[in-house]
Design a binder for this molecule. Sequence first.
Ligand code: RIB
Length: 302
Amino acid sequence: MNSVVVAGSINMDVVTTADRHPKIGETVAGRKVLFLPGGKGANQAIAASRLGAPTTLIGCIGRDAFGGDLRSFLAATKIDLTFLRETADAGTGTAIITVAGGDNVIVVVPGANADVNADDVAAPPLAAGDIAVSQFEIPQPAIKAFFERARAAHATTILNPAPALPCDREFLNLADILILNETELGFFAGTNIGPADDPATIIAAARSLRSDSDQIICVTLGARGFIALTRGEAHIEPGRAITAVDTTGAGDCFVGAVAAQLAQGSSIREALHYANVAASICAQRLGAAPSMPSVDEIAAYL
Ligand code: RIB
């Protein structure tokens, strides 16, 4: 079996739940505050590891209480933390999240995640067939160095360009597989894409991003499922009917599940179908990293 290697962010998610989101300038009463492990990199690594792939996480945390808690949480998983670095120069990444009615708003303070650099991604082993995964919560030069190494090793690169940030088109071309949501697709395609847009519009925008006909692009659409371009063909799969409790981390679950499935030899179509089920389970629970499903839970649905 191949491995999944994730270079990405590790955050403490400070989650408040409320009956509704406040308007700008308004105060509303919340119900509870939770301190939950998160960060797109950690979430994706946890999903991949729980779903059976040997997984390594490359990242950086601060030498503070949140960093200690996150290290303890991660140490209780099977993830290889050899390349998890601590810095005294910045606090651990923190995300302030409000969840109301199943929807969330998030403000992320990168802290130590902004310290991840090309040296951090230089040492972890990468072999042919491994899956290298990253997102946009660590600096782009580190991601570029990571993906160039992965390409040289004949590993498969998966980029989840979230949150959407300006970058060169060549940068997106370093991804064998791009997984992004409709808002991010709109950002990179230079157009507005929203829940009201039909599949043809989404497919056209996705095609405009593709660097070559081999690049796979998957657009996750929340409750509407996903649309993927694989070898030029568009493939649409609807979302599973669920009552969402908290969608935080559901996209990360999708990415981690795709990586884990590919590492275990599944086809891209099989991996995407599996990830669609995984993400729907994640969205039915509060929190990101702790909500990643197990192999057995997904098997029950499949
Ligand atoms: O994708 C969800 C994640 O985004 C949260 O866990 C939060 O930490 C932010 O990074």
